[in-house]
Design a protein. Structure first.
Length: 94
């Protein structure tokens, strides 16, 4: 069992190095593509933590800056991108 897991993780690492990793995993995705695919996190974060600011364009812009920073700073070791991005958006708005 552990041998299979180890082989799968090695195959994934090799695929990422060679640029053939599945883009759905988010590891090989360029920041601008990741930003566009995760724009909904801006509104989800505003809706959850600051519902009164949901339609405020300034708040949306500040949240977008947080999402962009998340896209630029994301590494697979951190965990799921969405979790990291929401924390970055929250920090930018706070």
């Amino acid at each position: 069992m552990t041998e299979t897991i180890h082989q799968n993780s090695e195959a994934a690492a090799t695929a990422r190095k060679n640029g053939s990793a599945d883009v759905r995993d988010g590891h090989s995705m360029p920041p601008d593509t990741r930003f566009e695919q995760n724009r909904g996190l801006i509104y989800a974060t505003l809706r959850k933590y600051w519902p009164a600011l949901l339609l405020d364009e300034d708040a949306q812009q500040v949240a977008a800056i947080g999402l962009w920073k998340a896209c630029r700073g994301y590494r697979a070791e951190i965990g799921r991108f969405s979790t990291y991005a929401v924390k970055c958006i929250y920090a930018e708005l706070w």
